[in-house]
Design a protein around this ligand. Structure first.
Ligand code: UDP
Length: 415
């Protein structure tokens, strides 16, 4: 017999946001009933964008907006180029040859041919699919949603991407601090977490025990954890160094859990570079297991996210939601989630990270109070319903212009 399927509904959020907010969201969605929306990104798992889209697209459907999710396909050399672009938008150097530009644009053109996008609204995520807009006649607004930290992008790359970006009707960035000089209107929306996903839902103590036991993670010592894609901007070597310093003063065990997204060809190399550091008290795992992420975030005394660049850093909000204090790198979106000394700590160096690890492991009562405040912060500002409402406002804002005046032509459009 077919079992009954059930997806999260907006009403389920009432316990967190109250009935008034649920009603408000429902009425904003009224104006968009049956609108057809497509999100496009470059990986179906691994990394924050895929995490967001898997929940957001379902919640948008549940309020009556017909929302789809397309993932572009690409050859390994395409993903190697887009990862270099990702790094250069984070501030690294790039040798942007004509050959690289051709591969980038050819792969995107192939995806444009395959995808037949004629939706009322199209939301393109990050630089990988960005030029796809050039190959369509607009039927409705196109939005470019960039999740990266854009404080110091490579000038040459930014100049190359700008005509593609300016073909869009709006650009969404995570923070005001990332605002760029562009002709296109910019909107600022922070990401958010889904409290009902396997990663964030309440687990029983048995479920947590079972997940940790499954990966042979002992619970005899306090756990210090970082959970991130294997990516140099997440500074995994810095995490290990900070832990080793702290370990001289406290008993604790480090767990470094990571995964490799399909659009990130550098991940395996970063993972391999860490393996020599494994020991009795440093566990390094490459696994894709959301329940394990959840159990670790719950059971850790402290979670680290010692990034050097971070567009937002969903892992921070995820750990805070479990009432676990986070020591975060003082950069990008981490700064907007953690109030230093109140809901976690912001650190600028390995030494500072080590000191804060020692402090929180030695003072569990202080860590617990900090974690409680952190959870409140997520409940107030970082749940998925806030993100949904931001998108509803954005899409509703377009409606009049497009329906009454007709769609403007994309400025970077090919003949
Ligand atoms: N993640 C995961 N398993 C891992 C490492 C990361 O499921 O081993 C998830 C993590 O829980 C979060 C997302 O991947 O939901 C990472 O998002 P974030 O915004 O922190 O960073 P990004 O990878 O997008 O740079």
């Amino acid at each position: 017999m077919l079992r009954e399927f059930r997806l999260t509904k907006i009403d389920d959020y009432e316990e967190y946001i109250g009935s008034e907010a649920v009603e408000r969201i429902r009425s904003k969605a009224e104006e968009l009933q049956n609108a057809h929306v497509a999100h496009i990104n470059s990986t179906y798992y691994g990394g924050g964008v895929a995490e967001l889209l898997s929940s957001l697209t379902l919640l948008m459907n549940s309020v009556g907006i017909r929302t789809g999710w397309r993932v572009i396909q690409g050859s390994p050399d395409y993903f190697s180029i887009t990862k270099k672009m990702h790094n250069a938008l984070n501030g690294a150097e790039i040798n942007l040859s004509e050959r690289k530009k051709d591969i980038y644009q050819d792969v995107v053109y192939g995806n444009a041919m395959r995808n037949h996008l004629d939706h009322d609204f199209i939301i393109v995520h990050d630089p990988q699919p960005l030029p796809i807009i050039r190959h369509y006649e607009k039927k409705g607004p196109w939005i470019w949603r960039c999740h990266l930290e854009l404080s110091t992008p490579d000038d040459g790359l930014w100049e190359y991407l700008t005509p593609f970006i300016e073909a869009y009707d709006a650009v969404v960035l995570s923070l005001q601090a990332y605002r760029r000089k562009l002709d296109t209107p910019q909107v600022f929306i922070m990401p958010a977490i889904d409290p009902f996903s396997i990663k964030n839902r309440v687990l029983s103590e048995n479920e947590k025990d079972e997940r940790l036991a499954h990966y042979d993670i002992p619970s005899d010592l306090p756990l210090v954890t970082q959970i991130s894609r294997f990516d140099r901007w997440k500074d995994p070597h810095g995490v290990i160094e900070a832990f080793k310093k702290a370990r001289k003063e406290i008993d604790a065990r480090l767990v470094l859990l990571g995964n490799v997204a399909t659009d990130d060809p550098e991940g395996d190399e970063v993972y391999q570079s860490l393996l020599d550091e494994q020991s009795d008290d440093i566990i390094i795992l490459s696994q894709q297991d959301s329940a394990l992420v959840n159990a670790l975030q719950c059971r850790s005394t402290v979670v680290l996210q010692k990034s050097i660049r971070e567009g937002f850093g969903l892992t921070v909000a995820e750990a805070m939601w479990k009432g676990t204090p986070v020591i975060g790198g003082n950069c990008g979106g981490i700064r907007c989630q953690i109030e230093d000394g109140e809901t976690g700590y912001l650190v600028d160096s390995i030494d500072e990270a080590a000191e804060r690890i020692v402090e929180l492991v030695r003072q569990p009562e202080k860590a617990k109070k900090m974690g409680e405040r952190a959870k409140e912060k997520v409940k107030k500002d970082l749940l998925l319903t806030r993100l949904l409402e931001n998108y509803l406002d954005l899409l509703n804002g377009f409606e009049t212009r497009f329906l009454l005046e007709g769609a403007p032509k994309a400025s970077g459009e090919c003949d």
